[in-house]
Design a protein around this ligand. Structure first.
Ligand SMILES: C[S@@+](CC[C@H](N)C(=O)[O-])C[C@H]1O[C@@H](n2cnc3c(N)ncnc32)[C@H](O)[C@@H]1O
Length: 236
């Protein structure tokens, strides 16, 4: 089992024969090996009911634990640009301890040629992130900010709130710091009333931490081979 790795240490990444990135330190893949895009749609986009909520809001904030390859951001951006109206704005904020090199992200996303063009736009910012820390204006209606550092510390100091959370650490067993009671409390404190979360995991202790933090929690059908996943909301 892995606890939090050294701060900002680079992760060792390998790719399986299907092009899925894997990290040995946390002994886990970055997303579902059956279909990472489909998992993002099922777990995070549908789990947070974004098709109806995004079209109703002038301004919406999604926050994510674990930027990884940026696949969730790219899939969300792709989804959003097809449903939005001209006066709507999306802010996507992600917390990441071990930022991946641009080449690794590019290789991972090359599994989906239809995302490559928007990945190039994102990587133009990513490659220069030390000189130009975010938020980055990805297009006229979309901002992206990746906050580098340990999620618990950084979410605690974040001066904003999310309407929807993507809880996407590595597996709770191997990456317990991304699912701890104190981090879930900070996540809840940084959620607007009525805001939601979604996660691929249905681990009992994680759901319990979310409950104790103040969320209403539900277990629903998971993606692929996962029977269940978790969704929930912060009561008003
Ligand atoms: C399952 S991957 C996220 C996949 C990502 N959402 C994507 O679209 O590719 C989990 C991520 O959590 C990050 N992580 C692990 N522990 C962390 C911590 N304590 N604080 C912030 N990020 C952490 C890892 O570096 C990894 O990128």
């Amino acid at each position: 089992m892995t606890t939090t790795k050294n701060k900002n240490a680079a992760l060792q990444i390998s790719f399986d024969q299907y092009g899925n990135p894997f990290n040995e330190d946390y002994d886990d893949h970055f997303y579902s090996v059956s279909d990472g895009r489909d998992e993002c749609r099922h777990v995070f986009i549908n789990g947070n009911e974004l098709s109806s909520r995004l079209t109703r809001s002038d301004s919406f904030t999604i926050a994510e634990l674990g930027f990884g390859t940026g696949l969730n951001f790219l899939e969300t951006w792709n989804f959003w640009r097809n449903i939005r109206s001209p006066n709507q704005h999306l802010s996507f904020v992600s917390f990441e301890l071990h930022p991946l090199p641009a080449e690794t992200i590019s290789r991972a996303i090359s599994s989906w040629p239809e995302l490559e063009e928007i990945a190039r736009q994102m990587l133009a910012f990513w490659a220069n992130r030390c000189d130009r820390p975010g938020p980055w204006r990805i297009d006229q209606q979309t901002k992206l900010e990746v906050i580098i550092g340990d999620a618990e510390q950084k979410v605690g100091r974040w001066n904003s709130k999310a309407d929807a959370w993507y809880l996407d650490g590595f597996s709770p067993q191997n990456n317990p710091a991304m699912w701890s009671e104190s981090l879930m409390q900070k996540v809840c404190e940084h959620t607007n009333s009525g805001g939601t979360f979604a996660s691929y995991t249905s681990a009992g202790w994680v759901r319990n931490n979310l409950l104790k933090a103040g969320f209403k929690v539900e277990r629903v059908a998971g993606h692929g081979r996962k029977r269940h996943m978790s969704i929930g909301y912060k009561p008003s």
